[in-house]
Design a protein around this ligand. Structure first.
Ligand code: FES
Ligand code: FES
Length: 179
């Protein structure tokens, strides 16, 4: 083993991992080769296309530009960390957001860092670093919009449920107080 290799630990998709690698090895390669998570893709390898996007401490970053030493002690999320159950994944699959496949993981991860109700302009800006050269962005924007709408509806339903439960509890308490 090369003496320059050293242990680097971080939290990957919720689990602590430690790898023994050269500190300048790209996070992209560590994820794919050492952690065996190949959902993160390489496009340009130069920070231009966004295919290698992962989330580091809540921010979308191009993992092809990050030496793994910079990830030490951080929380990293890759597409595998969404377990195929994220609302954006369902919407991308249903509404034509998943196009060439190479860019999709990065697009979904970048979209997941946007606020709860991003405007179309905010979506455009948030995904400006994720380049599509095949089909265009309409399906992608449509999927992100639908996923956020579904999330808003679920939140509203949860809020209404809480309100209804609160009213029921108040009624029960009032009945109990009656002589
Ligand atoms: S592969 Fe990292 S930005 Fe293109
Ligand atoms: S989605 Fe990959 S090039 Fe268009």
């Amino acid at each position: 083993m090369t003496p320059a290799f050293r242990p680097i630990a971080f939290v990957l998709n919720g689990r602590r991992v430690a790898v023994r690698v050269h500190p300048l090895k790209r996070l992209l390669d560590v994820l794919r080769e050492d952690c065996r998570l190949t959902g993160t893709k390489e496009g340009c390898g130069e920070g231009e296309c966004g295919a290698c996007t992962v989330i580091v401490d809540g921010k979308a970053v191009n993992s092809c530009l990050v030496p793994v030493a910079q990830a030490a002690g951080t929380r990293v999320t890759t597409i595998e960390g969404l377990h195929g159950r994220h609302r954006l994944q369902a919407a991308f699959a249903e509404l034509g957001g998943a196009q060439c496949g190479i860019c999709t993981p990065g697009m979904i991860l970048a979209a997941s860092t946007l606020g709860p109700k991003p405007t179309l302009d905010e979506v455009r800006t948030g995904l400006a670093g994720n380049i599509c050269r095949c089909t265009g962005y309409e399906g992608i924007y449509r999927a992100i919009k639908a996923a956020n709408k579904a999330r808003g509806a679920r939140r509203e339903a949860r809020g209404e449920g809480r309100e209804a439960r609160g009213t029921a509890r108040a009624r029960t308490a009032a009945r109990r107080r009656r002589p």
